[in-house]
Design a protein around this ligand. Sequence first.
Ligand SMILES: [Zn+2]
Length: 184
Amino acid sequence: MAEAPGGLEVVRRFVNTRNVENGTDDLADVDGLTAFCREHGLAQDGEMAEMAEMDRDRAVRLREALRGVLVIHDGGPPDPEAVADLNRLAVDAPLVTRLDDDAAVTLVPAAGGGGAVLARLLALVHGAEVDGTFARLKVCPADDCLWAFYDQSRNRSRTWCSMEVCGNRAKVRAYRGRSREARA
Ligand SMILES: [Zn+2]
């Protein structure tokens, strides 16, 4: 499967820490969250040592709110609840601009703790919005899939994570639906 460019790939992997098809969740406990943060540079050592259930709760809420937003990218219906929850979480994950010695500007968390992890993820989302790639991060609309994928198609027209799997299943369902109508 195609990786998203730059930091957006971290966001894609974050959303996919829950595998709907297999029923697994890499963020099922605090250790899982810590491991994900370590692997993807989302937290400093001190922050990881202090991570608690509350931080895991917030991370999971952010993940599912992001999933709701990425469904919208795939042409799904508006999801005001997901958007509102994401905005609520962002209030406790403030970012500030920081310049380094070369005068390069980055967004960094304004505070430490669990909020810093959310802030770093939101900074990656913001960066992707600015470079025009965020809208290409989508969630497969199949109820039993909901996998985040990066749409590399020229006209941003891809719907399914995989045409071979979810696309074909949807075609089969639509076909069965039509043939039922024909018999009725
Ligand atoms: Zn799918």
